[in-house]
Design a protein around this ligand. Structure first.
Ligand code: SAM
Ligand code: SF4
Length: 327
């Protein structure tokens, strides 16, 4: 299908990230406000049939890749049915999960042809994991990562680096790529509603590369996939690789092909978009949402929803918390 979701900068949007729920079994401090979030009423959340129906419209407009995210996507009731249904749309399916219940889904994921899984793991120390996530699932997550690798899934570990918390573990994470063909994805700490963002707590791409030079003496730059949001590297002789998502210090918006759909059926043109387009209400009325999608993308700003040079508090505080967007 020809890509039709094209913004005013000529960018073709073929990658849809769908949040299946705003609920989660962890409480990562960088993702949600300390006091928690108000959960959306069930009646306003897309049903599984609605997710499939809305996805079909996106696919008919040229979307060829769908990532399932959340909240924690795998705690959505009957998610296995949804995975099977979405697989029928003929898209490349991907998943981002915290890994806690991942082992229960290996079979259905394989059946659906879903190979690429990103798993969040911010630290290799149990006590720190409890501090970051406010829950105690560290060993279960580690175990499931290992099992997923053994089952042949293509695994990337997502790590949000925070100064004084896990930045001293950069080389330990890169060390995991020595013998295993996995990807390590370091993500710069980003600002959302209620997450007390301050770039002084963030760790930049430059600092990550400096740490890697210090730890391993060097690394080579890999050729990045077209539209990749990370710049990727490999230490000589290592099987896996590491990448950096530098949204704050080196945004990669020029080639952006992503659209987001929140669990309550709002289209977001950008992770930082303060405004959203409701697709669920017209869809429930039986109206066509194609024109709404095509018009909405025309309002997409070139970079970070208009925060071209710096992250403005008055802007990002108007956005949702990450847990309610779907990262
Ligand atoms: N629960 C799943 C998980 O943790 O992988 C999926 C949803 S989570 C919101 C998706 C990704 O967003 C995770 O990798 C998480 O680390 C990342 N994330 C959350 N808050 C962030 C922030 N403030 N800055 C950068 N990345 C963030
Ligand atoms: Fe939950 Fe993922 Fe957010 Fe952590 S990062 S609170 S696991 S949604």
């Amino acid at each position: 299908m020809n890509p039709q979701i094209i913004d005013n900068f000529g960018r073709k949007h073929t990658y849809l990230r769908i949040s299946l729920t705003d609920r989660c079994n962890l409480r990562c401090f960088y993702c949600m406000p300390e006091e928690g979030v108000e959960l959306t009423d069930k009646q306003h959340i897309m049903t599984l049939e609605e997710i499939v129906g809305i996805s079909e419209r996106f696919v008919s407009l040229g979307v060829d890749t769908i990532r399932l995210t959340g909240g924690e996507p795998l705690i959505r009731k009957n998610v296995e049915t949804l995975i099977r249904e979405l697989a029928r749309l003929g898209v490349t399916l991907k998943l981002t999960t915290n890994g806690i219940v991942l082992d229960k889904f290996f079979d259905v994921l394989k059946e659906a042809g879903l190979r690429k899984i990103n798993i969040s793991l911010d630290t290799l120390e149990k006590s720190k994991s409890v501090f970051i996530t406010k829950r105690d699932y560290f060993y279960r997550i580690l175990d499931n990562i290992q099992k997923a690798i053994e089952h042949g899934f293509d695994i990337k570990l997502n790590i949000v680096l925070i100064k004084g918390v896990n930045d001293m573990e950069i080389n330990d994470f890169i060390g995991l790529t020595r013998k295993q063909n996995i990807g390590i994805k370091f993500i710069e700490f980003m600002p959302f509603n209620g997450n007390n963002w301050d770039w002084k707590k963030g760790v930049s791409k430059e600092e990550i590369l400096k740490a890697a030079t210090f730890g391993y003496g060097g690394y080579k730059k890999l050729e990045d996939l077209k539209r990749s949001t990370s710049v990727n590297y490999q230490v000589k002789g290592f099987k896996g690789s590491f990448g950096i998502v530098s949204t704050i210090t080196n945004p990669f918006c020029a080639g952006c092909n992503r659209i987001r759909l929140t669990a309550d059926g709002k289209m977001k043109n950008c992770l930082f978009a303060a405004s959203e387009t409701d697709l669920l209400t017209p869809y429930r009325k039986g109206d066509s949402i194609d024109e709404i999608i095509l018009n909405s993308i025309k309002t997409k700003k070139f970079s970070r929803d208009g925060m071209d040079t710096e992250m403005e508090k008055s802007h990002y505080e108007k956005n949702r918390s990450m847990i309610k967007i779907g990262g």
